[in-house]
Design a binder for this molecule. Structure first.
Ligand code: SF4
Ligand code: SF4
Length: 282
């Protein structure tokens, strides 16, 4: 079972929900629970869970390197690269590692065998555990621009059938490639939204992207709820999105979150909500 926790915009409380849900799942369910922090540009689930890190691994992607002795500047590699990662100049070939998707086409198609591959470091992946659950996290290296490959590598590293675990994924905020990569294999997506015009706008973008690209089942958790969340509720009704939980607007919760306290520590009644939700998803 893979549950992804996503939000259309940052600062909505997605990590607060993901970490608290993982803690309760680890208490309630007999299966192993693994929280994977896929928000690789700003990972912070470790602040709430305080895991002991037991291993790290570099996340890499193959990129081409050119042997200038063998290259005859034919231009074929730039022609086949659909991502504009190669420029062929009159006297040399330039490769832009950050634009490369690692597809290998240029290497295969080079008539002079002048291209080979090297590993390009994207960032670091870490794994560890708390007393009740497993934990993993990716961190994009400073200066790297693409989060998607490291998220893919992180999921491949951690999500293995023989583990027989439940995975709770903290996805990057937004509705672009990195978010969709994180939620792609999920059995269920929990959408955390706040009842503001901007929150509703960004939620609708995410819902549209998921429906068009993935079609996964989704439900909404309203954070900073005022009790009656008018336009957001209307939207959920119209889009047939069940509202699965509400987290009240509370200064105490915000302050505790800023101190790195898990939601269920400051709001113990959320346990019942998460248990019900896990039961429904199960
Ligand atoms: S395809 Fe090979 S030989 Fe042709 S320009 Fe590219 S690297 Fe050089
Ligand atoms: S590996 Fe693929 S994406 Fe990268 S430079 Fe070659 S053709 Fe372009």
């Amino acid at each position: 079972m893979i549950i992804a926790v996503a939000s259309g915009k940052g600062g909505t409380g997605k990590t607060t929900v993901a970490t608290s849900l993982a803690r309760i799942a680890a208490d309630k369910l007999s299966t192993d629970i693994c929280l994977i922090d896929c928000d690789v540009e700003g990972p912070n689930a470790d602040i709430y869970l305080k895991p002991r890190i037991s291993g790290t691994k570099l996340s890499t992607q193959p990129v081409p390197v050119v042997d200038s002795e063998a290259c005859n500047i034919c231009g074929k590699c730039a022609e086949v690269c659909a991502f504009g990662a190669i420029a062929v100049l009159p006297d040399r070939v330039l490769i832009f590692d950050d634009l490369c998707m690692g597809c290998g086409s240029c290497v295969w198609q080079c008539p002079e065998n002048a291209l080979s591959e090297k590993d390009h470091v994207l960032g670091e992946m870490r794994e560890g555990s708390t007393s009740t659950l497993a934990f993993a996290q990716g961190r994009l290296e400073v200066g790297r621009s693409r989060a998607t490959p490291i998220i893919r590598n992180l999921k491949k590293w951690q999500i293995r059938p023989e583990r027989n675990a439940w995975y709770i994924l903290d996805a990057p905020p937004g509705s672009a490639c990195a978010t969709l990569e994180a939620v792609r294999d999920a059995d269920f997506i929990l959408l955390v939204a706040e009842p503001t015009p901007l929150g509703l706008h960004d939620l609708s973008l995410l819902v549209g992207a998921v429906r068009e690209g993935l079609g996964t089942n989704m439900g909404v958790i309203i954070n900073r709820s005022r009790g009656r969340d008018g336009p957001l509720e209307d939207y959920c009704l119209r889009e047939k999105l069940p509202i699965l939980a509400r987290i009240e607007f509370s200064r105490e919760i915000a302050a505790a979150g800023a101190e790195g306290q898990a939601l269920d520590e400051v709001m113990p009644q959320i346990r019942q909500t998460w248990e019900g939700l896990l039961g429904d998803i199960q």
